[in-house]
Design a protein around this ligand. Structure first.
Ligand code: SF4
Length: 90
């Protein structure tokens, strides 16, 4: 019996970052200056603020412990902080 392929979360079909430039959501392969990172992340966050599936995206990224990029409007450091806060509350 074949192992089923993982299915893509359904919320991704409504993601704003599918229609806009995804380059804002992940760091480049080369060194990125802090000013450039702040600018890039700001552009990504602006898209996230208008995204209809922001909460689903954030919940997914926290559930899979996504290590890189902007998800649900939060960068990797902010997601780690959110996870620590959730653990501290339980
Ligand atoms: S919240 Fe941001 S990263 Fe998540 S799907 Fe929407 S636009 Fe993409």
């Amino acid at each position: 019996m074949a192992i089923p392929a993982p299915t893509e979360p359904t919320w991704r079909g409504a993601a704003r970052c599918r229609r806009d430039n995804a380059v804002h959501f992940f760091p480049p392969a080369h060194f990125e200056r802090k000013e450039d990172k702040d600018l890039r992340e700001g552009q990504a966050r602006a898209l996230c603020r208008a995204c209809p599936v922001r909460q689903e995206c954030l919940d997914y990224s926290l559930a899979v412990r996504e290590l890189h990029g902007i998800w649900g409007g939060l960068n990797e450091l902010e997601r780690r902080r959110t996870l620590r806060q959730r653990v501290a509350l339980h």
